[in-house]
Ligand binder design. Structure first.
Ligand code: IFM
Length: 457
């Protein structure tokens, strides 16, 4: 990959962002009448979280949102991606909103606007209210309507100041990790019986999109996790295994959203989606942008005939790795290839937003300044890959670092640090890393000579 793009190679108006999610940073799980979510349930199971931690206090951000906003503003971000938790807003999973929680997010929005950073909330970052999960969660079609109702409650309160929305974060991970293999909440192990959760999430997104547009939203999209799938060997068996995995992780989401139809699942012996009349048209009309979270390629090989699934995920030969080890190989060219391929398959691709990209590396728990050159190298390589894809015609408009802060990395607890800012989880002390300064300087260097802050971009 070539050098990091500068203002001469990025389109005018290219936007920079950084992201967090509520459960990973907020703490205060009992504050203001918050309801339980599937993550409160999941983390209580013995051995579910590698370090036995809970997401409390995490970064204690619920009590101190102004500290995070100052850090976001200090980077010169165009937008800040944060999430609202359904279980705080509707503790019972339906009904009028919890005013204390809505007041909190209203204040966060005001803090951001006052700091000249456009708020870009995600309405669902994996925090299903436990009560909705008990009614079937994403296995139930009815959850799509309940989600749209929740989104209406949020939009009624924030829609006068928030114009840009992500509906769902990474539905692929919810299906694959949450319902198929159980590595994330709600911890179900349904294998291919998890597939209806794909359709119900896409339906929920489409219903929510309509609700937001009816209330005047300028830009609504969904952000999914994507990977570039590589067959381990150049054999028919491994190519077939890669095709199945690519379908399940990537195409089962991109095709209905971008082309109005599911891939041919039955050709792979997979069950069809529970589609009803009008669903696919609503899904295909639902996005103003497509969000892509990218971390790593995935190498697969054909599984033994006795295996219940036809592929095995194996290490990517020759690739350096992040703090997760061989599970998370580093290959920036994979992001470039993925973007080029998506554009080739969908020439009328809507604007693309890189909604997350970043890496964890082993770093001390208590630290002063961290010289995280490995993270800078990871980010620089991936931003360069995005620049090359833009040069080739892919309409990428925005790039987002995951994450602004070190935070609670789900089943990996506090063991994986992704932040531009180090957080001491005992004291809450935040210390910008070298990558924070690097990203701030990159953003400044790619700005036009005159910057108008506080725009609605
Ligand atoms: O921390 C997560 C985030 O919540 C969703 N995308 C991937 C990140 C790193 O694992």
């Amino acid at each position: 990959m070539t050098a990091v793009p500068t203002r001469s190679t990025l389109p005018a108006g290219f936007r920079w962002s950084a992201a967090t999610s509520a459960f990973q940073i907020e703490g205060s799980r009992d504050a203001d009448g918050r309801g339980r979510s599937i993550w409160d349930d999941f983390l209580e199971a013995p051995g579910a979280i590698v370090d036995g931690s809970t997401a409390d206090p995490a970064c204690d951000s619920y009590r101190h949102p102004e500290v995070d906003v100052a850090l976001a503003a200090g980077l010169g971000l165009d937008r800040y991606r944060f999430s609202l938790p359904w279980a705080r807003v509707q503790p019972e999973g339906r009904g009028v909103g919890n005013s204390a929680a809505l007041d909190h997010y209203s204040r966060l929005v005001d803090l951001l606007l006052d700091a000249g950073v456009v708020p870009f909330p995600t309405l669902y970052h994996w925090e299903m209210p436990s009560i909705v999960e008990a009614d079937g969660g994403w296995l139930s079609r009815d959850t799509a309507e309940r989600f749209a109702d929740y989104v209406g409650v949020v939009a009624d309160r924030l829609g006068d100041r928030v114009a840009h929305w992500y509906t769902l974060n990474e539905p692929a991970m919810t299906t694959l990790q949450g319902y198929a293999v159980g590595a994330l909440a709600p911890g179900r192990q349904l294998l291919f019986d998890a597939l209806p959760t794909v359709h119900h999430q896409l339906l929920a997104h489409a219903r929510a999109s309509q609700v937001l547009r009816d209330r005047g939203a300028a830009q609504v999209g969904l952000v999914n996790n994507h990977t570039w799938v590589l067959p381990r060997h150049d054999t028919a068996e491994d190519r077939q295994a890669a095709a199945v995995y690519d379908t399940l992780h990537n195409r089962v989401f991109t095709e209905p959203l971008l082309a109005g139809a599911y891939p041919d699942l039955e050709a792979f012996g997979l069950p069809p989606m529970p589609v009803q009349d009008g669903d696919l048209a609503a899904i295909a009309a639902s996005i103003d942008f497509y969000g892509i979270n990218f971390y790593n390629p995935t190498t697969v090989t054909a599984a033994d005939a006795a295996s219940p699934i036809p592929f095995d995920i194996v290490p990517t030969p020759g690739a350096p790795v992040t703090g997760f080890g061989p599970e998370w190989p580093i290959m920036p060219s994979a992001l470039h290839d993925l973007l080029i391929d998506l554009h080739a398959r969908h020439p009328n691709l809507p604007p693309v937003i890189i909604g997350e990209n970043g890496a964890s590396f082993p770093e001390p728990d208590h630290a002063g300044r961290i010289d995280d050159t490995d993270r800078i190298g990871y980010l620089a390589g991936h931003i360069a890959a995005v620049g090359e894809a833009i040069d080739a015609g892919v309409p990428v408009e925005e790039y987002t670092v995951w994450s602004l802060l070190d935070n609670w990395e789900w089943a990996d607890g506090y063991t994986q640090r992704f932040g531009l800012v180090h957080v001491d989880f005992e004291t809450g002390r935040r210390t910008p890393k070298a990558s924070y300064d690097w990203y701030r300087d990159l953003i400044a260097a790619t700005r036009p000579a005159v910057v108008t802050k506080g725009s609605t971009r």
